[in-house]
Design a protein around this ligand. Structure first.
Ligand SMILES: [Zn+2]
Ligand SMILES: [Zn+2]
Length: 290
């Protein structure tokens, strides 16, 4: 039985595929369970549940939310959540409100480093009324006079340049990093559990690597699973996190992190665990909504 528990639809700013297309594609891939896990959004979950009804596939309501864990940025997945839960919706609204209010602060910080940036350009590149990092970066890279700036030097306005600048200048603690509201891991795990959901840590091989003490801490806060199998994880990493999960009474999941053309390597259903049933049973056992 094939599953994919980490899929982004066009409710994610960097996703582009509609949930109906995702479900049709997933059925073609013979996936039996999928989770639509958009960034800080549950807007498409109901559509997905409706569209999958009477089809040979089950959709698990989910979201992927950035959290700070002792100064480190982690991605938390919540499965089987009640998408009508008031506190969960308030938390998501608070994150977006923070991003909206952070626009001026981000632009001021960029200007303070001697870079030219026009607010109008930032909003021209925004999806909806809230610009994401890529919009600021576009707006920096199109300015002719930024060409020789030490941060921009050698970059053009293509996707690789955007990724490079985002990593080198906008990452946590880097010089153009302007923090906006982000829930702590402990708080968000509570919100997910109170919404009847099941917290699972996403792609530990990307953010946590060998620091398994972080997994110990997250387990104390209440995570129930580890995304051990992930597109960019090495075989060794997957085996390490699988073993960690088993040794610690957690279940382990797989996710492609499908985004459409933004992340071409992340194909629907491209990674599977050796036992998907334990993942599905884990989610259904702990969720109060499934
Ligand atoms: Zn992620
Ligand atoms: Zn993701």
């Amino acid at each position: 039985m094939k599953v994919d528990l980490h899929i982004h639809s066009n409710a994610s700013s960097d996703g582009e595929v509609s949930v109906s297309d995702i479900i049709d594609m997933s059925i073609k891939e013979d996936l039996k369970y999928i989770a639509i896990a958009d960034h800080e959004s549950i807007d498409n979950v109901q559509n997905a549940l409706d569209y999958a009804k009477d089809k040979d596939i089950a959709v698990i309501p989910a979201a992927e939310i950035f959290v700070s864990h002792k100064g480190k940025l982690l991605h938390m997945l919540g499965y089987g959540i009640d998408i009508k839960d008031a506190a969960l919706n308030e938390e998501i609204a608070k994150i977006w409100k923070g991003r909206k209010e952070g626009v001026k602060k981000q632009i001021d910080l960029i200007r303070s480093k001697g870079l030219k940036i026009e607010e109008k350009e930032v909003f021209d590149y925004a999806t909806g009324d809230i610009p994401l990092l890529s919009a600021y970066i576009h707006a920096i890279l199109i300015e002719e006079e930024n060409r020789d700036h030490r941060l921009v030097h050698g970059l053009t306005n293509d996707i690789d340049s955007i990724i490079t600048l985002s990593r080198e200048a906008f990452g946590v603690g880097k010089e153009l990093y302007a923090p906006t509201y982000m829930p702590s891991s402990e708080h968000l795990i509570k919100v997910i559990i109170n919404a009847g959901g099941v917290p699972v840590i996403a792609h530990p091989g990307v953010d946590i690597k060998e620091e398994t003490h972080i997994l110990d801490e997250l387990k104390v806060y209440g995570i129930k699973g580890v995304e051990a199998y992930y597109t960019s994880h090495t075989k060794k990493q997957s085996e390490m996190y699988r073993k960690y999960a088993i040794d610690n009474g957690l279940f382990y999941t797989c996710g492609s992190d499908f985004h459409g053309s933004f992340k071409p390597k992340n194909k629907l259903g491209c990674v599977q665990t050796d036992n998907n049933m334990q993942a599905i049973e884990g989610i259904y056992k702990y969720s109060r909504n499934l």
